[in-house]
Design a protein. Structure first.
Length: 247
Protein backbone atom coordinates (compact mmCIF):
# COMPACT_ATOMS: atom_id res chain seq x y z
CA UNK A 1 0.00 0.00 0.00
CA UNK A 2 1.35 3.42 -0.93
CA UNK A 3 2.36 5.68 1.93
CA UNK A 4 0.14 8.68 2.55
CA UNK A 5 0.67 12.35 3.18
CA UNK A 6 -1.70 14.11 5.57
CA UNK A 7 -1.80 17.89 5.79
CA UNK A 8 -3.39 19.92 8.57
CA UNK A 9 -4.28 23.62 8.45
CA UNK A 10 -1.50 24.90 10.68
CA UNK A 11 1.02 22.08 10.72
CA UNK A 12 2.21 19.20 8.62
CA UNK A 13 2.27 15.49 9.35
CA UNK A 14 4.60 13.71 6.96
CA UNK A 15 4.72 10.05 7.85
CA UNK A 16 5.65 9.29 4.27
CA UNK A 17 8.87 11.28 4.67
CA UNK A 18 9.99 9.94 8.04
CA UNK A 19 12.80 7.81 6.60
CA UNK A 20 14.38 10.54 4.49
CA UNK A 21 18.07 10.97 5.18
CA UNK A 22 18.54 7.54 6.75
CA UNK A 23 21.03 5.33 4.95
CA UNK A 24 19.34 2.16 3.83
CA UNK A 25 19.94 -0.64 1.37
CA UNK A 26 17.60 -0.77 -1.59
CA UNK A 27 17.08 -3.25 -4.42
CA UNK A 28 17.77 -2.63 -8.09
CA UNK A 29 14.39 -1.06 -8.87
CA UNK A 30 12.94 -0.67 -12.34
CA UNK A 31 13.66 3.06 -12.19
CA UNK A 32 17.27 2.41 -11.24
CA UNK A 33 17.64 -0.23 -13.95
CA UNK A 34 16.33 2.31 -16.44
CA UNK A 35 19.61 4.21 -16.11
CA UNK A 36 21.53 1.22 -17.41
CA UNK A 37 19.90 1.59 -20.83
CA UNK A 38 21.99 4.70 -21.45
CA UNK A 39 25.58 4.27 -22.56
CA UNK A 40 28.20 6.02 -20.41
CA UNK A 41 29.18 9.38 -21.82
CA UNK A 42 32.41 9.89 -19.89
CA UNK A 43 35.66 10.54 -21.70
CA UNK A 44 34.27 11.79 -25.02
CA UNK A 45 36.16 14.46 -26.95
CA UNK A 46 35.71 18.08 -25.95
CA UNK A 47 33.76 19.01 -29.08
CA UNK A 48 31.02 16.59 -27.97
CA UNK A 49 30.66 18.14 -24.51
CA UNK A 50 27.14 19.41 -25.23
CA UNK A 51 26.08 15.91 -26.26
CA UNK A 52 27.54 14.59 -23.02
CA UNK A 53 25.63 17.21 -21.07
CA UNK A 54 22.34 16.48 -22.76
CA UNK A 55 22.95 12.75 -22.34
CA UNK A 56 23.17 13.25 -18.58
CA UNK A 57 20.10 15.51 -18.53
CA UNK A 58 18.10 13.00 -20.57
CA UNK A 59 18.97 10.28 -18.06
CA UNK A 60 17.60 12.47 -15.27
CA UNK A 61 14.50 13.18 -17.36
CA UNK A 62 13.95 9.48 -18.08
CA UNK A 63 14.14 8.67 -14.37
CA UNK A 64 11.61 11.39 -13.53
CA UNK A 65 9.25 10.20 -16.29
CA UNK A 66 9.26 6.72 -14.74
CA UNK A 67 7.66 8.14 -11.58
CA UNK A 68 4.74 9.91 -13.19
CA UNK A 69 2.51 6.82 -13.22
CA UNK A 70 2.47 6.82 -9.45
CA UNK A 71 5.06 6.11 -6.79
CA UNK A 72 5.83 6.71 -3.13
CA UNK A 73 8.42 8.82 -1.39
CA UNK A 74 10.87 6.02 -0.57
CA UNK A 75 11.06 4.96 -4.22
CA UNK A 76 11.90 8.52 -5.27
CA UNK A 77 14.53 8.83 -2.54
CA UNK A 78 16.20 5.53 -3.40
CA UNK A 79 16.20 6.11 -7.15
CA UNK A 80 17.70 9.61 -6.80
CA UNK A 81 20.45 8.23 -4.59
CA UNK A 82 21.01 5.52 -7.17
CA UNK A 83 21.18 8.20 -9.87
CA UNK A 84 23.82 10.14 -7.97
CA UNK A 85 25.97 6.99 -7.76
CA UNK A 86 25.55 5.92 -11.38
CA UNK A 87 26.21 9.25 -13.11
CA UNK A 88 28.25 12.28 -12.20
CA UNK A 89 25.59 14.94 -12.70
CA UNK A 90 26.33 18.57 -11.91
CA UNK A 91 24.36 21.60 -10.75
CA UNK A 92 24.29 22.72 -14.38
CA UNK A 93 22.57 19.46 -15.36
CA UNK A 94 19.90 20.12 -12.73
CA UNK A 95 19.47 23.68 -13.97
CA UNK A 96 18.99 22.48 -17.56
CA UNK A 97 16.54 19.79 -16.42
CA UNK A 98 14.35 22.03 -14.23
CA UNK A 99 12.36 23.81 -17.02
CA UNK A 100 11.87 20.44 -18.76
CA UNK A 101 9.30 19.66 -16.04
CA UNK A 102 6.86 21.72 -18.09
CA UNK A 103 6.19 18.62 -20.21
CA UNK A 104 4.75 16.79 -17.19
CA UNK A 105 2.69 19.41 -15.36
CA UNK A 106 -0.67 17.97 -16.45
CA UNK A 107 0.17 14.58 -14.95
CA UNK A 108 -1.47 13.46 -11.66
CA UNK A 109 0.51 14.31 -8.51
CA UNK A 110 2.91 16.48 -10.53
CA UNK A 111 3.12 19.08 -7.77
CA UNK A 112 4.32 16.65 -5.10
CA UNK A 113 6.47 14.32 -7.20
CA UNK A 114 8.33 17.10 -9.00
CA UNK A 115 9.04 18.93 -5.75
CA UNK A 116 10.39 15.86 -4.01
CA UNK A 117 12.38 14.74 -7.05
CA UNK A 118 14.11 18.12 -7.40
CA UNK A 119 14.74 18.22 -3.64
CA UNK A 120 16.46 14.85 -3.60
CA UNK A 121 18.30 15.55 -6.85
CA UNK A 122 19.84 18.62 -5.24
CA UNK A 123 20.51 17.03 -1.84
CA UNK A 124 22.22 13.97 -3.33
CA UNK A 125 24.16 16.11 -5.80
CA UNK A 126 27.86 16.78 -5.38
CA UNK A 127 27.70 20.58 -5.79
CA UNK A 128 26.75 23.11 -3.12
CA UNK A 129 25.03 25.75 -5.27
CA UNK A 130 22.05 25.21 -7.60
CA UNK A 131 19.74 27.23 -9.85
CA UNK A 132 16.20 26.13 -10.77
CA UNK A 133 14.36 27.89 -13.62
CA UNK A 134 10.61 27.36 -13.23
CA UNK A 135 9.09 30.50 -14.79
CA UNK A 136 7.26 28.61 -17.54
CA UNK A 137 5.66 26.10 -15.17
CA UNK A 138 2.17 27.30 -14.20
CA UNK A 139 1.35 24.43 -11.80
CA UNK A 140 2.91 25.37 -8.44
CA UNK A 141 5.49 22.79 -7.35
CA UNK A 142 5.10 21.73 -3.72
CA UNK A 143 7.67 20.51 -1.16
CA UNK A 144 10.50 22.11 -3.08
CA UNK A 145 13.79 22.12 -1.13
CA UNK A 146 12.47 19.49 1.27
CA UNK A 147 15.06 18.76 4.02
CA UNK A 148 17.34 21.12 2.13
CA UNK A 149 21.08 21.33 2.85
CA UNK A 150 22.27 23.30 -0.18
CA UNK A 151 22.22 26.85 -1.59
CA UNK A 152 19.58 27.50 -4.24
CA UNK A 153 18.31 30.31 -6.43
CA UNK A 154 14.81 29.52 -7.71
CA UNK A 155 13.35 31.60 -10.53
CA UNK A 156 9.57 31.28 -10.75
CA UNK A 157 6.50 30.77 -8.58
CA UNK A 158 6.21 27.72 -6.32
CA UNK A 159 3.50 26.07 -4.22
CA UNK A 160 3.14 25.17 -0.56
CA UNK A 161 5.82 23.92 1.85
CA UNK A 162 8.93 25.50 0.33
CA UNK A 163 11.91 24.59 2.51
CA UNK A 164 10.01 22.22 4.81
CA UNK A 165 12.30 20.58 7.39
CA UNK A 166 15.24 22.52 5.94
CA UNK A 167 18.52 21.74 7.71
CA UNK A 168 20.97 24.37 6.42
CA UNK A 169 21.93 26.42 3.39
CA UNK A 170 20.20 29.33 1.68
CA UNK A 171 17.17 29.54 -0.58
CA UNK A 172 16.43 32.64 -2.66
CA UNK A 173 13.07 32.54 -4.44
CA UNK A 174 12.54 35.12 -7.17
CA UNK A 175 8.78 34.72 -7.34
CA UNK A 176 5.75 33.99 -5.15
CA UNK A 177 5.30 31.03 -2.80
CA UNK A 178 2.28 29.25 -1.36
CA UNK A 179 1.63 28.62 2.33
CA UNK A 180 3.92 27.23 5.05
CA UNK A 181 7.26 28.47 3.74
CA UNK A 182 9.96 27.04 6.01
CA UNK A 183 7.53 24.74 7.82
CA UNK A 184 9.38 22.97 10.66
CA UNK A 185 12.68 24.39 9.41
CA UNK A 186 15.67 23.61 11.63
CA UNK A 187 18.20 26.01 10.13
CA UNK A 188 19.28 27.98 7.10
CA UNK A 189 17.85 31.11 5.50
CA UNK A 190 14.94 31.51 3.08
CA UNK A 191 14.31 34.75 1.20
CA UNK A 192 11.15 35.14 -0.88
CA UNK A 193 11.28 38.06 -3.30
CA UNK A 194 7.52 37.99 -3.74
CA UNK A 195 4.32 37.19 -1.87
CA UNK A 196 3.59 34.16 0.32
CA UNK A 197 0.44 32.45 1.57
CA UNK A 198 -0.35 31.52 5.14
CA UNK A 199 1.96 30.84 8.05
CA UNK A 200 5.56 31.27 6.88
CA UNK A 201 8.03 29.89 9.46
CA UNK A 202 5.30 27.74 11.03
CA UNK A 203 6.90 25.60 13.78
CA UNK A 204 10.35 26.77 12.71
CA UNK A 205 13.12 25.87 15.17
CA UNK A 206 16.02 27.81 13.65
CA UNK A 207 17.22 30.07 10.87
CA UNK A 208 15.49 32.96 9.14
CA UNK A 209 12.55 33.39 6.79
CA UNK A 210 12.39 36.76 5.05
CA UNK A 211 9.43 37.76 2.87
CA UNK A 212 9.87 40.82 0.68
CA UNK A 213 6.26 40.86 -0.50
CA UNK A 214 2.88 40.28 1.12
CA UNK A 215 2.01 37.69 3.79
CA UNK A 216 -1.54 36.31 3.87
CA UNK A 217 -1.46 35.26 7.52
CA UNK A 218 1.14 35.02 10.28
CA UNK A 219 2.04 31.63 11.81
CA UNK A 220 0.35 30.68 15.04
CA UNK A 221 3.52 29.04 16.31
CA UNK A 222 7.17 29.76 15.55
CA UNK A 223 9.43 28.04 18.06
CA UNK A 224 12.73 29.74 17.29
CA UNK A 225 14.59 31.66 14.61
CA UNK A 226 13.29 34.81 12.95
CA UNK A 227 10.58 35.88 10.53
CA UNK A 228 10.90 39.17 8.67
CA UNK A 229 8.70 41.06 6.27
CA UNK A 230 11.17 43.18 4.38
CA UNK A 231 13.20 44.82 7.18
CA UNK A 232 10.50 44.51 9.83
CA UNK A 233 11.11 41.77 12.42
CA UNK A 234 7.78 40.01 13.03
CA UNK A 235 8.77 36.99 15.14
CA UNK A 236 11.94 36.14 17.04
CA UNK A 237 12.48 32.95 19.04
CA UNK A 238 8.78 32.33 19.44
CA UNK A 239 7.96 35.90 20.48
CA UNK A 240 5.75 37.99 18.20
CA UNK A 241 7.34 41.44 17.98
CA UNK A 242 4.42 42.98 16.10
CA UNK A 243 1.10 41.96 14.58
CA UNK A 244 1.36 44.64 11.94
CA UNK A 245 2.19 43.22 8.55
CA UNK A 246 1.21 43.82 4.93
CA UNK A 247 -1.41 41.45 3.53
Amino acid sequence: MAETLVLKPKTIRMRAFASFGKRQAFPSTAACALLDKFKPQDGLPGERSLQVKMGTVHRIDALFASFMNGTNNNEITNACECLSKKINYSSKDVEIFSPMLLAYEQKPSFERISGLFLSYLVNFGKDSDYVLNLWDISTPIEFLCFVNKKNLVINGNVGDYLGTWMKQGKIILNGNAGSYVGNGKEGGDITVNGDVGMAPAQEQTGGIVRVNGRISELPNKCNAGKLYQRKRLLVENGVFKTWQFNK
